[in-house]
Design a protein around this ligand. Structure first.
Ligand SMILES: Nc1ncnc2c1ncn2[C@@H]1O[C@H](COP(=O)(O)OP(=O)(O)OP(=O)(O)O)[C@@H](O)[C@H]1O
Length: 312
């Protein structure tokens, strides 16, 4: 039986939103990411997994412009289709992007970090929560929308003088913040300092903040770290809602295999900066190379022996 086009099993090949092509990142003598290629499907929840130090956060830092890759290309596509012609033109013309209305291609490795959320529609959360702890929960979500408000003010005193365009943009920003506070069950904490929230609530606020920028791709760095089982289940629901009701694709780094296997359409596995597996959650779960990497054993045969031993 052939797999139907655009089924979850094919989306990252058929309709890629993001393509990471031959990405290499070196720090002096350390090769943190080594000639890595993978794709994120439009509408997929994709997990990037691997043992500690495998290079996962380095990949996120390259995607979001925190690091300039040593080599390789990172392509984000808006609108359906591979956009091959636009991509070739942008690439050979030394451009950062090529846009036509709502569709276009973005070469993330050429873009400064502040342009990536706004132009390319890629937002992220961090492994170590980075909120403004002294600001209220609501203020954190308004700060995230600062760019849009500055544009509405015309980069002038328009904001302070309360021009109608600015006031409309401000109302929209507040409405969006309230919406995401509802989605993340934080509305009743809107006026509390973000630093007073529990750890799990701060993680949800980080996601709300990223979603307030209206991303096409949401990158979550270990969103389940430190959560209890109930919070983890809520997180799974939230990630699914983000994908199903907002059409935002999700790329997550996660060590919690329960979360990864339950919600991911597609899993990419790194070990020592190299891709060792790439496929559906089911395929990857049973891949001896992956099991060997996680168990820290030398070869696949040894991993198979251990797995058979556990199963019998
Ligand atoms: N700025 C840096 N300078 C030097 N080495 C770095 C830097 N950032 C990462 N590394 C190295 O690159 C390798 C990959 O690190 P990275 O943090 O990307 O792994 P990871 O898979 O995210 O690990 P973890 O699951 O523990 O968060 C490690 O050897 C790390 O020490």
């Amino acid at each position: 039986m052939t797999t139907p086009l655009n089924s979850p099993a094919q989306r990252w090949l058929d309709t890629p939103l993001l393509s990471v092509e031959h990405l290499t990142m070196r720090f002096g003598g350390i090769v943190a990411v080594d000639d890595l290629s993978f794709q994120v499907g439009r509408g997929d929840i994709t997990a990037l997994i691997g043992p500690n130090g495998a290079g996962k956060t380095t990949v996120f830092n390259c995607l979001t412009g925190f690091y300039k890759p040593s080599e390789g290309r990172i392509v984000m596509r808006h609108g359906p289709g591979p956009h091959d012609a636009a991509l070739a033109a942008a690439h050979s013309g030394g451009l950062r992007h090529s846009k036509d209305g709502d569709s276009g291609v973005f070469l993330l490795e050429r873009m400064p970090d502040f342009e990536i959320p706004r132009q390319a529609g890629v937002a992220r959360t961090f492994q170590n929560i980075r909120l403004f702890g002294g600001m209220t929960v609501l203020e954190n979500l308004l700060v995230a929308q600062h760019n849009g408000l500055m544009v509405a003010s015309g980069y002038t005193l328009g904001g302070i003088l309360g021009l109608p365009g600015y006031r409309r943009a401000e109302k929209k920003a507040i409405d969006r913040a309230v919406y995401w506070l509802e989605q993340t069950a934080l509305l009743d904490r809107a006026d509390d300092p973000a630093g007073d929230l529990s750890y799990g609530a701060q993680r949800r606020l980080e996601i709300a903040r990223a979603m307030c920028t209206g991303p096409k791709l949401l990158c979550l760095d270990e969103p389940a770290a430190g959560l209890n089982p109930r919070e983890s289940a809520e997180l799974n629901r939230l990630i699914r809602t983000i994908r199903d009701e907002h059409g935002t694709s999700v790329l997550l780094i996660e060590h919690d295999m329960g979360v990864v296997m339950e919600i991911s359409d597609h899993v990419v596995v790194l070990d020592y900066g190299v891709k060792i597996a790439d496929g559906s959650a089911e395929t990857v779960r049973n891949d001896p190379k992956v099991i060997a990497a996680y168990l820290g054993v030398e070869d696949e045969a040894e991993a198979e022996d251990i797995v058979e031993g556990v199963a019998s």
